[in-house]
Design a protein around this ligand. Structure first.
Ligand code: SAH
Length: 351
């Protein structure tokens, strides 16, 4: 039997579990919550009796996510984690240290079924969705890890940009967002959270109605459908105009600007003609463009353009009044990009 994941329970669920399943009094729920926030395991919850801890351990786990390995970049302070899940699946995450605080990149699925041509996470399809406790568990585990070294550190910003398509695991992701924001929980402001999607249009409309002040990042990667379809199969389901319209709706509903992710791929989407066309498509939209020189994925025959091409692309957008920045490459020596580490470990593990 799968053990219950305490970290994935909201306050009402935890209270019901404590009173009805455990037959304990209400204040135990508060005690347990405090331990959960610190990333503690059940046997560390020392203000519970040994008998209760042992009973609890039989049916539940505090945090379903454990850091199996961590790798620190020698180039910057980026640290990559390989996490293990209760069923033996592996996911990965990365924490980046910026002047405004630590940013954690979290995964929402084991693998992914979106099939983007340049992405390592999708090479073997989607294995399964992560539970709310497994998404939150990454934050709790990372927090605990970085605080061991420096108690003043904590995860301040979260980007849902690890493996998986967040809107393809909609209910669990929305529950995670509510949990992580809970003042009695980790209490992270949703203004510090970005959700990145490849553009599942109907879900983007649903998400705009949730009333969560999350920043939406849209993986655009092309100035038109013809090029987008070469890189992203999802473009066959939802045409460009529909994706942009869904972004406009998100801006109107939430008042927050949209971030467009644009991975620059050599000879595919990176010449100035593409920049001009992109500027035209985005005109009048409250947005910012994040340019990412492609992280080479060995299994795919795609690579990044030259630095000059990247800079020319950015200048061209600026000329047309589209704000754009080139994403700083972090953790290049530790397989910093999405899906690469898990894949490396999985392929090495194969005989
Ligand atoms: N499924 C979501 C989030 C996961 S990926 C999405 O598609 O947005 C987070 C970002 O990394 C996306 O913009 C994705 O397109 C990008 N990405 C994936 N592989 C990449 C690579 N090899 N180089 C650069 N960006 C990549």
């Amino acid at each position: 039997m799968d053990r219950l994941q305490l970290l994935g329970m909201d306050d009402v669920e935890l209270l019901t579990f404590v009173t009805d399943t455990l037959g304990e009094s209400k204040f135990r729920a508060k005690q347990i919550r405090e331990w959960l926030n610190r990333g503690a395991a059940i046997d560390e919850m020392t203000n519970l009796s040994a008998a209760l801890r042992s009973k609890l351990s039989e049916i539940a786990v505090a945090n379903p996510v454990t850091i199996m390995e961590s790798y620190k970049s020698k180039l910057d302070e980026t640290e990559k984690f390989l996490y293990a899940l209760p069923d033996g699946n592996l996911i990965e995450g990365v924490v980046m240290r910026y002047h405004h605080g630590d940013t954690l990149c979290v995964s929402t699925q084991v693998g992914c079924r979106m099939g983007c041509a340049f992405c390592a996470s999708t090479l073997e399809g989607r294995v399964r969705n992560l539970t709310p406790g497994e998404i939150l568990g990454q934050v709790a585990a990372a927090n605990r890890h970085i605080q061991k070294e420096d108690p003043s550190r904590r995860v301040h910003n979260i980007v849902l940009m690890g493996s998986g398509e967040p809107l393809d695991n909609y209910d669990n992701v929305v529950k995670f967002l509510k949990l992580v924001n809970d003042p009695a929980g980790l209490n992270i402001s949703l203004r510090n959270v970005s959700l990145s999607t490849c553009g599942l249009v109907p879900r983007m409309y649903d998400f705009a109605e949730e009333g969560l002040p999350v920043t939406l990042s849209l993986s655009l990667h092309a100035p038109n459908d013809e090029i987008r379809k070469k890189l992203m199969p999802v473009a066959n389901a939802y045409p460009y105009e529909q994706v942009i319209a869904a972004c406009k709706n998100y801006v109107e509903k939430t008042g927050r600007r949209v971030i467009f992710e644009y991975a620059l791929v050599k000879d595919v989407n990176s010449d100035t003609k593409c920049a001009d066309e992109l500027a035209k498509r985005l005109r009048g939209l409250q947005c910012h463009v994040n340019l990412i020189p492609l992280n080479d994925v060995k299994e795919r025959n795609l690579s990044a353009p030259t630095r000059q091409t990247v800079e020319a692309f950015q200048r061209r957008l600026a000329l047309k009044n589209i704000s754009a920045t080139v994403r700083r490459e972090m953790g290049a020596d530790i397989e910093g990009a999405c899906g690469q580490l898990r894949r490396k470990v999985l392929t090495q593990a194969k005989p």
